[in-house]
Structure formats: structure tokens, C-alpha cells
Design a protein around this ligand. Structure first.
Ligand SMILES: Cc1cc2nc3c(=O)[nH]c(=O)nc-3n(C[C@H](O)[C@H](O)[C@H](O)COP(=O)(O)OP(=O)(O)OC[C@H]3O[C@@H](n4cnc5c(N)ncnc54)[C@H](O)[C@@H]3O)c2cc1C
Ligand code: SF4
Length: 441
């Protein structure tokens, strides 16, 4: 394999993790926007969870009104710049573009979106303003896409908003989880600074809310509380040897990668356990960090993987090998990981069955578990009357986001169980309006 040598400098890291959707220049943007058919009842809009008026902003770019284009995008989606880069456009707007029906390359909507919004951010265009002060205060727990979108919308409605964030930076998994070849830290944080400067909410970093006393204080001081807490750490597999050195969770591995870039170490032979998008990301990232051999091991067949096809193609494109119908039995090694003992499986009637006597061991020096994120059950149990469903998701009204404790509202991963940035931002905007409707009664 070894398509990538291990990056030792920031420059080499940027080369290995070159942007999949690089920024367009003006000529490219004009050329691409000219291809749009400005469809009536455009399917690309229907496919966008935040309902951006796509033909409208493309037309604005084409007529040289880049600021107007950014305004159109941001009117629907506060993460307009990030979403242009991180959204799975292949299965959303671009996947719905009418050009696909004629087997012509769809319009590069994501890149056009990033083009217009990047310009607005870089030129510090004034696109937002807080609404007239209505004398009410809302506390937001979590500065991810859900929390920040809710903060922006509430500020535009005239609320005073304080955000409490456990980490040192805003945007949640956009800066701690999404693959670095989709968006850079600088791009993510520039959009966050742009929004905050114009809308004026406060964010207290390194401030986890973790006790009943803290929550009681917020309940006393604020008219409503929004939960944008996302999901937690990687789920444990419950396998022997899971505690060995170099056996790590994908979410933890990627969070470190996003913050430390080339300074993190990857194994020479890596086994990634899982078949979802996070597994694809962790495998691609290991390869780009210079791992010589990366195997993606999944307990079902290739067609049954939860990951988008284009994400698997991306991983294969950097040399990752798929190993299907295998279930891990044990992480092998003394102190350090030296391999994984697997058993072969078959799927019958949707159920996975282990094939007796088919055990084998695959050597490696690093295991990355991409086995889903746990829910923040401990935190949720601190809120009186807050109900969760059978999957540990916060129960809340589908439109207003109001939970079973009327003072609390929730959106994003904590409520939908884990989706995309665009879902969190779109749902949280609705929840902000739900808070407004509740407090305006
Ligand atoms: C590895 C990985 C890759 C992904 N890649 C993509 C992608 O390419 N494209 C895409 O669209 N989506 C992607 N996603 C999904 C996307 O990142 C999430 O759907 C989105 O970030 C959810 O937003 P959120 O605000 O609900 O939660 P989060 O982004 O998780 O934000 C929650 C925030 O709340 C904070 N918090 C939690 N509890 C507390 C507390 N008690 N006190 C204070 N703060 C707290 C957390 O620190 C965090 O900052 C990916 C997810 C993962 C795990
Ligand atoms: S579907 Fe494609 S061609 Fe039609 S408006 Fe949307 S981007 Fe333009």
C-alpha cells in the first residue's frame, strides 16, 4: 500500500489530506454556475435538509452578486460554509440534480456554496444582526452545529444567549470529528468567529455542565435551556484485550487527529472495526497518515455496510482493503496490540451467524473501533422528567424540539441519534423557533 508517506510537517499533512472539495476561483464559479438550469420546483432544494434556495444562490453567483448568494445560503443555514464542504452532497442536493438523469455531471452545488460563503467570511460582509432585545435569556449546552445554530436564530429573535461548551473550541464534531480532507480547522473556526461577531452570543469554553447543581442554577437564571449535547465516546465492544495499548475508539482517534495533525502516531498495520461512515473516515485517515496496511473489517457483507458508497470508494482509493463477514473475538497482544482474532460469519434472514471452527488471527499494531457513539445517558439523567426512547435518544417534539421537561429543548445528534451537520443545524433552527413560540405564549 504505502501510497502516502508519514507526514512530519504541517505542509506534508496538508498535502496528504488535500481538500476533496477545494475552493473554486471566480472563473470556476462563473463557469459552473452558468451550467445550472434553474429548475422550477428544483429537486436539489427538496433534497437539502436545510431547504437552501439553491437555484437562487447559483443565479446570484452567476450574475456577480456573491454577497447576495451568501445571504441566500445563510438565510436557510447558519453552517452554510461548513455544509458546502462536509455535507454528503452526493446523496443530497447533487444527488438530486436533474443532470444525473442525463448522465451528465451534476452541478457542484457544495463547492459553489463554499465559494460564496467563504468570500463573505473573508471580506467580513455584514449579513446578520441581533433582533431587538426582548428581555429573555436562553442557556445553550453544547457549541456544536445544533447549539450554535440555535444560538444564532435566538439572537436574531432578540434573546440573550449564553452557550456552555465542554471543549476548548466551537462547532462540535465539525472541528473534532469530520475528516480533515473535507474541511480545515481554520475554515471551520472562521465561520464560527464570523457568526459570533455579528450575532453576539457568549460562549464559555472548557465549561462542561455536569451536575444537578449547575443545571438548577441554569434553570433559575434562564427562561429556557437548549440541549445540543450530541453523542458521547465510542461504544465499548466488550471484547477481551480491548484495553491494550493502541486499541482506540475512532471518535477519540479522529478528535486527536483534528487537533494534532502530523503529530499523532498511527500504526504500520491498522485494523478498523466497523462498516459505517466513521469507519471509512478512520481507515482513510490512517492510510493518509502513512500506515502501510489498513484493513476495514466488518461483520456483515459489503452491501450491508451502513456507510455511503462514495465513502467506501474514497477509502479504497487510498488503498484500504475490505474484509467482510468477520466478527472480532479478541484483541491479541501483551501490553500492546499485536493482532485481532476473528471468526468468519454469514448472514441469514438478516441475522449474523458465526461459523464454528473458522477462527483466524490477523496481525496488526493498531486497532480502531468504529462501533458507534454512546449516548450521554448520565448527563440526561440529571434533568428531571427528561425522557429518552428505547435507543437512548432524547424524546422531543419533531418541530419545536420541546422535550418532556417543558423548560428544555433539544436537537441534533442527541435527539436524532446521529446524522449529519446539516440535520443538526436545520433541526436546531426550528427548535429556536419552538423556544420563541413557547416563551411568547
Ligand atoms: C467521525 C465523524 C465524522 C463525521 N463526518 C461528517 C461529515 O463528513 N459530514 C457531516 O455532515 N457530518 C459528519 N458527522 C456527523 C456530524 O458531525 C454530527 O451529526 C453533528 O456534528 C451533530 O451536531 P450536534 O451539535 O448535535 O453534536 P456535536 O457536534 O457532537 O456537538 C455537541 C457539543 O456539545 C458539547 N457538550 C456535550 N455535553 C456537554 C455538556 N454536558 N456540557 C457542555 N458541553 C457539552 C460537546 O463538547 C460538543 O462540542 C461525523 C460524525 C463523526 C463522529
Ligand atoms: S437540480 Fe441541478 S440544474 Fe436544477 S436548479 Fe438544482 S442545481 Fe440547478
Amino acid at each position: 500500500m504505502a501510497e502516502f508517506s508519514t507526514p512530519t510537517t504541517e505542509h506534508e499533512f496538508a498535502e496528504n489530506f488535500a481538500q476533496l472539495k477545494p475552493l473554486m476561483n471566480r472563473t470556476e464559479a462563473l463557469y459552473e454556475s452558468a451550467r445550472c438550469l434553474f429548475c422550477f420546483d428544483a429537486p436539489c432544494i427538496q433534497a437539502c435538509p436545510s431547504g437552501i434556495d439553491i437555484p437562487q444562490f447559483i443565479r446570484q453567483i452567476n450574475s456577480g452578486n456573491d454577497t447576495g448568494a451568501a445571504r441566500t445560503i445563510y438565510a436557510a443555514n447558519y453552517f452554510g460554509n461548513a455544509c458546502g464542504k462536509v455535507c454528503p452532497t452526493e446523496v443530497l442536493c447533487e444527488g438530486a440534480c436533474v443532470y444525473n438523469l442525463q448522465e451528465v455531471k451534476p452541478i457542484e452545488i457544495g463547492r459553489l456554496q463554499s465559494y460564496a460563503t467563504t468570500k463573505a467570511i473573508q471580506e467580513n460582509k455584514k449579513l446578520f444582526a441581533p433582533g431587538a432585545d426582548n428581555g429573555r435569556r436562553v442557556a445553550i449546552i453544547g457549541a456544536g452545529p445544533a447549539g450554535i445554530s440555535c444560538a444564532c436564530e435566538l439572537r436574531s429573535l432578540g434573546y440573550e444567549v449564553d452557550v456552555f461548551e465542554a471543549q476548548a473550541q466551537p462547532s462540535g464534531l465539525t472541528v473534532y470529528g469530520v475528516a480533515p480532507y473535507k474541511i480545515t480547522n481554520e475554515e471551520t473556526l472562521a465561520e464560527m468567529a464570523y457568526l459570533q461577531a455579528q450575532l453576539g452570543y457568549s460562549v464559555q469554553y472548557n465549561s462542561p455542565i455536569s451536575s444537578r447543581e449547575q443545571l438548577a442554577e441554569l434553570e433559575a437564571q434562564y427562561d429556557a435551556i437548549f440541549l445540543g449535547i450530541g453523542l458521547g465516546e465510542t461504544n465499548e465492544l466488550g471484547l477481551p484485550g480491548e484495553d491494550k495499548i493502541n486499541c482506540t475508539g475512532a471518535v477519540e482517534f479522529i478528535a486527536e487527529l483534528r487537533q494534532r495533525h502530523h503529530e499523532i502516531k498511527v500504526g504500520r498495520r491498522v485494523i478498523v472495526l466497523g462498516g459505517g461512515n466513521t469507519a471509512m473516515d478512520a481507515a482513510s485517515e490512517s492510510a493518509r497518515l502513512g500506515a502501510e496496511d489498513v484493513v476495514l473489517a466488518y461483520r456483515r457483507g459489503k452491501e450491508e455496510m451502513g456507510a455511503y458508497e462514495f465513502e467506501y470508494d474514497l477509502a479504497k482509493g487510498v488503498g484500504v482493503k475490505g474484509l467482510f463477514n468477520v466478527a472480532p473475538l479478541e484483541i491479541v497482544g501483551e501490553d500492546y496490540v499485536t493482532g485481532v482474532r476473528f471468526i468468519r460469519t454469514e448472514t441469514a434472514g438478516g441475522r449474523v451467524r458465526e461459523i464454528a471452527g473458522s477462527e483466524f488471527e490477523l496481525p496488526c499494531d493498531m486497532v480502531i473501533k468504529a462501533t458507534g457513539q454512546a449516548k450521554r445517558a448520565g448527563f440526561m439523567s440529571l434533568i428531571p422528567g427528561l425522557e429518552t426512547d428505547g435507543k437512548g435518544r432524547i424524546v422531543a417534539d419533531a418541530v419545536t424540539g420541546q422535550t418532556t421537561n417543558p423548560k428544555y429543548f433539544a436537537s441534533g445528534d442527541a435527539r436524532n441519534g446521529g446524522a449529519e451537520v446539516v440535520n443538526a443545524t436545520a433541526e436546531a433552527k426550528l427548535a429556536a423557533r419552538g423556544i420563541h413560540a413557547f416563551l411568547s405564549k
